[in-house]
Ligand binder design. Sequence first.
Ligand code: ZN
Length: 417
Amino acid sequence: MRRTTRQQLQEVPQPVGSPTVAFEAPAWFEWLDSAGKNGAVLAFVSILMGAATSRSAISKQLRVRSTTVSAWVSAMVKAQLVTELPSKPGGRGRPMGQLIANPNRLAVAVLMVHSQALHMVTVNLLGQEIWHDSAAVDPNCDNAAMRATLQALQQEACAQLPQGTSLVGISYSLSGLINVGDANWVFAARWPGIKNLKLADLPAPAGRAMHVVRNMDAQLRARCIRRGAAGASERTLMLHWGYGIGAAFSASNGASINNTTGFGEVGHWQLSHQTLRCRCGHHGCLETVAALWAIGPQLLGANFDDAMDETQAAELLRVMPLTEHPAFNLALQEVVLAACNLCRVFFPSHLVITGPFIENPGAWAAFTDAFAKRGILVDLPLPRLEAQSSGHQLEQEGASAPLLMGGLLQLLNETAM
Ligand SMILES: [Zn+2]
């Protein structure tokens, strides 16, 4: 197992032709809205986000009686989520001082796949990374080797927790075919040797929750949550065109329609006129002519590295004359065709394209042009087309927020008992 420690996971490349998504703290109020309101948790989030920093401010903001706020603050202080500074040190009476949130009280470890490497990131209640390590995994590894790598990262995440921080659980945000319901990593094109790796068999740390999500679903959910009410009503189709190719779809509030056996493996759609062998073992898959793993060597030459992160690939691709390259133009045609066909199945209100290729301004212009020319059906309006920049912030938020929110609810419920 080759180890690399990378500190800069939170890259913020400039989006191409898309509305800016604020890559800051997680959208906690919106996550709370989607989880259902809980007064004490809402009060904590208000303090955490700096919206209310005193008892009176909480009372005013949430329109609750001071006795209710008092009970909430007691629970938060007892749970070590909040410190209350006395306004008059040594003074008489109940202190009415500033409330300071402890963002490191709870954390979630998020396991993410970036090209040929596994990254384990420990995220606190502000969405900040408090620890991060990675391990490159041999492309020919089998289940046992992958399991050993996962276990080592998991153990290290637990060992490196700051004092006073409780780990709520581990969230596995994975690429490839995942049976989320069974916590089964069925297949990953990056590691063809792993098959049906049961994540539930990993010796999870006692008392910690395990969460499994497709990385595209985590990203899509966080994106919709961040759009607030507008995101809740949108039918969003996300198509990732990168190292691999995949899709995710949500018809309501970012909740993906995939929750059991798998979804969106459009990278392995068969093209009738292609015979190239794919990493999945079949021949003629879309990925064989359009994925970064397949055309990266032609486009980037010696600069291509199978283990490179998509954000690194985006940096290289952004300044190239991509649309002058025959391999890219063939890939573009096939991906646009796949996007249009997906739209005929899901009829999204908007289509979000992610991945390194569309960070190239010329490539994005060619994509939007080809998409508009193909159309969907009769004179139906086209979905709104958006490009989303590469990066892992949304995935990290979508993978960690549900566990952090659950941990927060549980901690406050237990403390209030
Ligand atoms: Zn395939």
